[in-house]
Design a protein around this ligand. Sequence first.
Ligand code: NAD
Ligand code: UDX
Length: 476
Amino acid sequence: NQFATTICCIGAGYVGGPTCSIIADKCHDVLVYIVDIDQTRIDQWNSDKLPIYEPGLDDIVKRRRGLNLFFTTDVDTAINKSDIIFVSVNTPTKKSGIGAGMAADLKYIESATRRLAQVAQSSKIVVEKSTVPCKTAESMRAILESNSKPGLRFDILSNPEFLAEGTAIQDLLNPDRVLIGSLQTPEGKKAQATLADLYARWVPREKIITMNLWSSELSKLAANAMLAQRISSVNALSALCEATGADIDEVAYAVGKDTRIGSKFLKASVGFGGSCFQKDILNLVYLCESLNLHEAADYWRQVITINEYQKKRFIQRIVKSLFNTVTNKSIAILGFAFKKNTGDTRESAAISLIKYLIEEQAQVHIYDPKVEEEQIFFDLIEPGVYSNENQVLHKVKKLVKVHKDAYSATLNTDALVVCTEWDEFTNLDYQKIYNQMRKPAFVFDGRLILNSDKLRKIGFNVEVIGKVAGPVTVEN
Ligand code: NAD
Ligand code: UDX
């Protein structure tokens, strides 16, 4: 074996795939196995069309695949060959049982850990990469110690991932910090140093932070909660702007100039989405509740309440502007992903908006540059969730059409709604779009990316989050 170290990543998802592909790319002497129980996903990782869209990822995977980077469903063999095991499985919100709707569902963590305990023939460093509640490493250790062969050691590290989708490769190449938590024992610190050395191959040492396990686990939930809190703060202010005539972009700019506050993550929007924020805040709220810290729980819960309020406010503004009814109206939705530069739709604000429009019998025409039609229908129909699934399917198929470009999606519509801030939406030929829409033609900018003055000059009625609608001015 020509490799210095072998690592196995359990979970070939949005985190495991990019993270461990970067390790393979940066450390040619490290053999990397990325494993999953989902055969389709592994087949996609081994094909020309990767299962996730992430700028820059294709090149990296193509460069290393078959050399020191392998995608496989042979979980046991990969575990056995490896010295370091990353656990990067999904930890969604629980759907039933104790903590349903709030607590993280740790069944995937547990089954991956049990598998590891069952098949390991040698000692391993186990890296908790998934976002988990505080103290999960303790449960993993109990499972490993009571189910593994005698004489084996498992040192568990917490190494939460801070990448954001759409910028994952840049975030992984130049992270603000790499966090590694361990038990403060000599063995724990040795394992911590081994992982730190791996990251130090491309991350400056001063950015690699070490601390105790529980601080590390909690820091991940804390970071996401505070990021989401900024968005809810600015979105709460956007409601005030709409009521007073202040402009949220101007307010956010002025506030963000304070170096103590900073300018990032202050963009008002139709509401935050993505697989992490809501889930991780709920997880934090549950943790507070279970420790009887009810006021702390209430505080964080409010971040989600405001997000729901923001989504609802936007829908209400659309309906109100369209003369209080959207029934039989034709509405174009630009963007279905939860943010630009990703094909991921998890918790996307577009989903709840479109579901409402369908409920009201509006015709919905959707265009997103990266989300596949199949995914859109999957999100709107949610197979397995409703008892009247056939009815839902029928309704959705009747009312929703997915288009290949923005011009086709907006043809003969009454309104267009920007749900995702894709760059291409700012450069569309809006005169052409206006000409082919029904009149009065409406634009609802849920991302504050369009030039509303220009659109109003063309003749559109424009409604922007956090801004008062200006008068329709037509130049003659
Ligand atoms: P994902 O759903 O894209 O991928 C998880 C993968 O794990 C799936 O492909 C699933 O089939 C696989 N899996 C589940 N159980 C398994 C098992 N026992 N053995 C082998 N494979 C198994 O999830 P993700 O978005 O990559 O998130 C993974 C974790 O990272 C979560 O805890 C999440 O909170 C955290 N995280 C996500 C992001 C993000 O932007 N998506 C960022 C930071 C942290
Ligand atoms: C987030 C965290 O940023 C990342 O550190 C963590 O590892 C995973 O969760 P992600 O969900 O991929 O990453 O994307 P992010 O850029 O945080 O955006 C989340 C949501 O907030 C998106 O819907 C985005 O459009 C929205 N958002 C973001 C705003 O509405 N306004 C902003 O100013 C920033």
